[in-house]
Design a protein around this ligand. Structure first.
Ligand code: ADP
Ligand code: ZN
Ligand code: ZN
Length: 797
């Protein structure tokens, strides 16, 4: 009998709950690191993971036996375990939660719920006429695919509709896991290991069907996975994949893709990066290139080089949907590529992780969770649009993807490349201190030049009724584009029709019953919606406070801008792109494809239209309400506003036609507006960093944020005060005392029915802040109160 160390699946931060258990002779074979096990702890049974074996039992130790070894294979290896420990320690999160955030959900555990059609549905009995179109679409899809994960089904159809179909006996739920995905998007091509000369004759003798499949594929070079399966059978295709003769990838590889000649600047950056990748590693580069300067092409060629040199690559993007151009280029040109993001089904994620860890993948393209992809022999991590907030996880473990990527590249001796037109202040600050090497691209590729930016001072306009959303100037610009058959984008960072409803007799604003936030009016659904807790309520005609009928919609969101544009330009083809308009799966693609092929004249939208789109025919970008982007009570509001405006402006003039940008504002002299207007990042940086320094905010110092929330306002406030007192007490003897702000109500003082109070601690000493965080987390607290502890938070709302 030997002993193993087991990490219990318990949320304990300090010290991690690791205990010794015994394994029997029979179990020994299976008891590998990373295996999930069932053990006894006190009187309870619970799960955990095997970490390591130790020697024979020392005399006097009373260890209990492992009850059962679960699953069929290890869930992680040594390198993942080390990464988990570092993340847990750095971001103050219990290591079991960290591990679960890193591994694909449900790996080795209960299988997810699958929806299957019943016989009743198959014969289309009780398949009522009153079903909506999307319900009918869903039914035919389900019948075609045979089964679908619950979570996936929600992409196509509302939860309520699913429940209804279940109650009518049309579908039922079983436990299981989807194996292959049959969305027809998967392509297959011949892999480079297949040697027709020697291997084809053997196949012909032993597996004629597989040989036929290979011959067919060699003729075509590539083919849709579904088609291959239909023609040669699933078994043949799978067994060719297992042999490694063919490979699957997620898009058609365009063999005739135009290969650009790199510009001089691009080539210089690429050569420097290749040198860095081949030379001594542990280096970090910032590819600082203006919008449209051709960063993607550099990433791609660098990745291809690293792969050709025999290593693997990780490319991280803020959101797959917002990086269409990049995703397209990569999926088309890297054959052994896997995509990883959070809206994939569990089955797909588990399978993808498996393929990655088995070395079947050269490049992983994904969102923040992909930073944990277990790629063997990692040579390069690219973080595109590194300043984006989505790289920070806003629940425990509150890691920042960039920091995890940095840790991984240092430990695995790989190269880290950050890319941006508007780097985060953190990154540029580190660059200024020589910790990051900067490579610049100051020109757009081709004949394109940066757009001309005009700041439209709204103060000068008399408040004539019609002009409260679009100034006459912006209207004229739009008309000019229409006349010349060019495209325009209008950017407004709020969805819905009106961001708030004001009562003109008592002055109150209609607000969410759960949050201290105004309700947004949405005309398409005729509802008032809270954008924080998603509370929906019907239209209101009487003020709930004073009973007056003098309610007035205020401000503008995307719906209202759309309404206005349709009224002003009835002949224009207008589309709106925001989370509401693109809820139906595929709709977003549809709108963007229409834009691409010139079927849209004016595209109106939120951030979705500000980022990553590459449409050469767009010659005008209007930033409708710049002030709403710089007025948030958060120390990063200016930085974020600047980034958004520059990004939005960057959508204009990417082709041969010169671009123009109109920024509408009541604060034309504001340094953020001025910075965005001149698109001068470094000028903006110099100003912004000065006041961060002055007020002591990151990146000039570190910040620890503690938020206490609870349904009882007084109790939560008291708890926050007690925490503050405890910190004061513990710090008494310290020399380098941190600055402590609060406790005070958070700017969003109430969310999801919970009152929120925050304490901010500032200190250049990160270790000190982290030990304070640890000390606070380990303190007892009331069960109904929640505590968030965040080191260097991105948002302090
Ligand atoms: P960024 O990410 O820096 O904003 P992109 O990588 O999107 O820029 O490139 C902008 C456009 O220029 C894309 O349409 C891309 O295909 C094109 N492009 C990139 N490099 C070249 C080149 N060397 N010659 C011609 N076109 C290029
Ligand atoms: Zn009122
Ligand atoms: Zn709410």
């Amino acid at each position: 009998m030997t002993l193993v160390n087991v990490l219990l699946d318990l949320p304990v931060l300090d010290p991690p709950p690791i205990y010794s258990y015994t394994v029997t002779e029979d179990q020994q074979q299976q008891a590998a690191m990373g295996r999930r096990v069932l053990v006894e702890m006190g009187k309870n049974k619970m799960e955990g993971w095997i970490l390591s074996h130790s020697q024979d039992i020392p005399a006097g130790v009373q260890a209990k036996p492992i009850l059962r070894i679960l699953g069929d294979q290890p869930e992680f290896n040594q390198s993942t375990w080390e990464l988990a420990q570092w993340v847990a320690e750095t971001f103050l999160c219990p290591v079991n939660i960290t591990l679960k955030a890193m591994l694909p959900p449900g790996s080795g555990r209960a299988k997810p719920e699958l929806i299957i059609p019943t016989g009743k549905m198959a014969v289309r009995e009780g398949y009522p006429d009153d079903f909506a179109d999307d319900q009918k679409d869903f039914i035919s899809r389900l019948l075609e695919e045979g089964h679908m994960e619950w979570k996936e089904a929600l992409h196509f159809i509302e939860r309520g509709q699913l429940e209804e179909m279940r109650s009518r006996g049309l579908i039922k739920m079983v436990r299981g896991r989807r194996t292959t995905r049959r969305d027809g998007k998967e392509w297959i091509s011949v892999s480079e290991v297949f040697d027709a000369f020697t291997q084809l004759p053997i196949l012909r003798k032993r597996a004629p069907r597989q040989a036929q499949a290979m011959e067919y594929l060699m003729g075509l070079q590539q083919c849709k996975g579904q088609k291959m399966e239909r023609q040669f059978g699933r078994k043949a295709v799978l067994s060719l994949i297992e042999k490694g003769y063919i490979i699957r990838h997620s898009g058609h590889i365009d063999i005739n893709d135009p290969q650009y000649t790199l510009t001089e600047d691009q080539d210089f950056c690429l050569q420097e990066l290749i040198k860095a990748a081949r030379g001594k590693r542990n280096e970090e580069y910032l590819l600082f290139g203006i919008t449209g300067s051709g960063k993607t092409e550099i990433y791609l060629r660098l990745a291809q080089q690293v792969i050709a040199d025999g290593q693997s690559v990780l490319v991280l993007v803020p959101e797959i949907a917002l990086t269409r151009h990049l995703t397209k280029v990569f999926t088309e040109r890297i054959p052994r590529l896997a995509v990883l993001h959070s809206s994939m089904t569990m089955g797909d994620r588990i399978q993808t992780f498996k393929r990655i860890s088995e070395g079947e993948v050269d490049l992983v393209l994904g969102t923040r969770l992909a930073v944990f992809a277990p790629l063997p022999d990692l040579g390069l991590i690219i973080l595109d649009e590194e300043q984006e907030n989505t790289f920070k996880q806003e629940e425990s473990p509150r890691y920042h993807t960039g920091q995890v990527a940095r840790f991984r590249t240092q430990r695995e001796e790989a190269l880290l490349v950050l890319g941006s037109a508007t780097p985060s202040l953190e990154t540029f600050y580190r660059a200024a201190q020589g910790q990051v090497k900067v490579l610049r691209l100051n020109q757009r590729v081709g004949d394109a030049s940066l757009p001309r930016v005009i700041v439209e001072d709204l103060r000068k306009l008399t408040t004539a009724k019609r002009y409260d959303i679009l100034s006459p100037f912006l209207m004229k610009c739009l008309q000019d584009q229409l006349d010349q058959g060019r495209q325009s984008i209008l950017f407004i960072n709020r969805r819905g029709h009106s961001p708030y409803t004001l009562c003109r007799s008592c002055g109150k604003v209609l607000s969410c019953p759960n949050c201290s936030v105004a309700l947004s009016y949405h005309r398409s659904s005729n509802e008032n919606i809270c954008h924080y807790c998603d509370h929906h309520s019907g239209p209101v005609s009487i003020c709930p406070v004073c009973g007056s009928r003098a309610l007035q919609l205020q401000g503008a969101g995307t719906e209202r801008v759309e309404e206005e544009i349709r009224l002003l330009f009835p002949e224009a083809r207008v589309e709106r792109l925001d989370t509401d308009s693109s809820r139906r799966r595929g709709r977003q693609e549809e709108i963007l494809d229409m834009m691409q092929s010139g079927q849209v004249d004016i595209l109106i939208g939120t951030q979705m239209v500000a980022k990553g789109l590459d449409f050469p025919q767009v010659s005008l970008v209007g930033i409708v309400d710049a002030d709403s982007m710089i007025s948030l009570p958060d120390f990063r509001a200016g930085e974020r506003g600047f980034q958004l405006m520059v990004q939005a402006a960057g959508r204009a003039g990417r082709g041969p036609v010169a671009g123009q940008v109109v920024i509408q504002t009541y604060n034309p002299d504001h340094y953020v507006i001025q910075g965005a207007a001149s698109q001068d990042y470094e000028g903006f940086f110099a100003q912004e960093i000065k006041w961060r320094e002055l007020l002591q905010y990151p990146p000039c110092t570190h910040l620890l944020r503690i938020v206490v929330s609870g349904e009882n306002e007084r109790a939560a406030s008291l708890t926050a005060q007690k925490i503050k007192d405890a910190i004061d007490e513990a710090l008494d003897a310290q020399e380098d005392l941190p600055v402590i702000l609060g406790p005070a109500p958070c700017p969003l003082a109430r969310l999801h029915k919970r009152f929120r109070f925050q304490i901010l601690l500032k200190s250049p000493n990160l270790l000190l802040l982290s030990s304070i965080g640890r000390y606070i987390i380990n303190r007892e607290r009331k069960a109904d109160e929640r505590l968030e502890v965040d080191i260097d938070p991105l948002v302090t709302m």
